[in-house]
Design a protein around this ligand. Sequence first.
Ligand code: DX5
Ligand code: ZN
Length: 213
Amino acid sequence: MLVAPSILSANFGRLNEEIKAICDAGCDLVHVDVMDGHFVPNLTIGPVVVQAVAKASSKPLDIHLMVENNTFFTELFAPLMPKYLSFHIEEEKHPHRLIQKIRSYDISPAVVLNPHSPLESIEYILEEIDMVLLMSVNPGFGGQSFISSSLKKAEKLRKMVDKSGLKTLIEMDGGVNEKNVHELKNAGVDIVVAGNYIFSSASYKNAIDSLRV
Ligand code: DX5
Ligand code: ZN
């Protein structure tokens, strides 16, 4: 299992040290939640701060856009060269076009599904993307409880990906901890995002290790 700490739960007063600490603790990716106050009822950080995150990080960035205008935000964040740039399918009229745009920057495109969104909505773009991010909470805030139907969804997506002979990664975001990570592994999840669980722990290393099942 790969582990991507969500910096939403970090101490933003000492963000630089927090980023260095999770990288030293052995995380695989640094998950950055970008919220615009429209698509979700919360507002986070823009490119100036994410640039500082990128500079502090020795690990690739995984940028999760929770915004209304995906094209505008893609153009804003692409120059920071994250490894993954993911956008919500619920908010995109032209996903195929946006995927091509993200790829044109040499960034891996990923699509995010809210807990209620059916997997059928990505059936015809699955082969175009490198990762599917399944939300296991309603996007907007850290520290929420895992929505259990996400497990069934991950199992179904695993079958879809394997049946198509694709290498598309499955990432799960929201309410992940050392208790539910085993079920996620069994369901075929490749990467877990964890905010509250890692940043509220006494040892980031122990927390990250406990998710590496
Ligand atoms: C929620 C974000 C998540 C969140 C996860 O909108 O996308 O990345 O920070 O935090 P936890 O692990 O605390 O649920
Ligand atoms: Zn996220």
